[in-house]
Design a protein around this ligand. Structure first.
Ligand SMILES: Nc1ncnc2c1ncn2[C@@H]1O[C@H](COP(=O)(O)OP(=O)(O)O)[C@@H](O)[C@H]1O
Ligand SMILES: [Mg+2]
Length: 269
């Protein structure tokens, strides 16, 4: 049996009277790279935020390596909210990368990457720096260790944000449209890093509009629409023969856009 890295059971999310997630069930095994696709407003970001308990869902449960997120369950079965400290510790096991990089402007690249490991994990500064440098090699930015974020391109800043997430040695990484705010010519360098992590069998859930990435690097595709998972299948199946009419329409629209503007990868040459 593959080990479940993260599992959602009946996750629903309401904003006021608006239900934006409808009883989502999803189970991501270790080493899987799941691409989450779907039209704007379909609930992709909300799902990621619920999976990481950044936004506790209205209903349902999430399990990280089998451990219930955000909720303490007593031996008699009674449930209570987990303490803030315990929740923070759980959440530190999940790496998140957003569309906006959210780096500290007053810290160098190295400072941004070592902060979490020192503050949250209690690593000694030297140890954290060593770890950060190894990861900066991986993302191709060792030369930028003492640079400030403002001096970097968007693609470089996003690679620093990925390095910062990796420095926590998370059990899985969640990406929310990591390349959507980048100029087209910078998308490739960020996707290359994510593909490298995929090749290393890092467990990842990646919300993306990059169809080429989803079809080549993902091991699985989830297509969402209207707060529901409409398809959950192999990339080859989804792209060649989607089961649902809604997926078909989405693909047609997306491919038309591709034909119009070209894929970022081909722009790269
Ligand atoms: N904080 C919020 N308050 C109210 N409505 C929200 C909030 N966040 C998201 N929504 C709504 O939830 C739905 C899903 O949003 P979202 O998860 O951001 O979709 P996606 O990431 O697929 O574009 C949308 O209708 C959006 O307007
Ligand atoms: Mg979104």
């Amino acid at each position: 049996m593959p080990v479940s890295a993260i599992r959602a059971e009946g996750v629903s999310m309401d904003f006021g009277s608006l239900r934006v997630l409808h009883g989502i069930n999803v189970d991501v095994s270790e080493g899987e790279v799941v691409a989450v696709l779907g039209p704007s407003g379909s609930g992709k970001s909300t799902l990621l935020r619920c999976l990481s308990w950044l936004t506790p869902p209205t209903e349902g449960a999430v399990y990280l390596q089998g451990e219930r997120l955000g909720v303490a369950v007593a031996p008699d079965g009674r449930q209570s909210r987990l303490s803030a400290a315990k929740l923070a510790r759980q959440r530190s096991r999940i790496g998140m990368v957003f569309q906006s990089f959210n780096l500290w402007p007053h810290l160098t690249v190295l400072g941004n990457i070592t902060e979490g490991p020192v503050q949250v994990l209690g690593l000694r500064p030297g140890e954290a720096r060593e770890r950060a440098m190894t990861i900066l090699e991986t993302v191709g930015l060792a030369a930028k260790a003492s640079a400030y974020p403002a001096t970097l391109s968007g693609g470089q800043q996003q690679r620093v944000a990925i390095a910062r997430a990796l420095a926590m040695q998370p059990e899985l990484l969640l990406f929310d449209e990591p390349t959507s705010s980048l100029d087209p010519e910078l998308v490739g360098e960020v996707l290359d890093v994510i593909e490298l992590l995929a090749a290393r069998r890092t467990t990842m859930v990646v919300v993306t509009h990059e169809i080429a990435f989803a079809s080549e690097a993902a091991t699985r595709v989830i297509f969402m629409d209207g707060g529901r998972i409409v398809e959950d299948t192999l990339p080859a199946t989804f792209f060649r023969d989607p089961a649902e009419e809604r997926s078909r329409r989405f693909l047609e629209r997306t491919l038309r856009r591709y034909a119009q503007f070209g894929s970022h990868r081909s722009a790269e040459g």
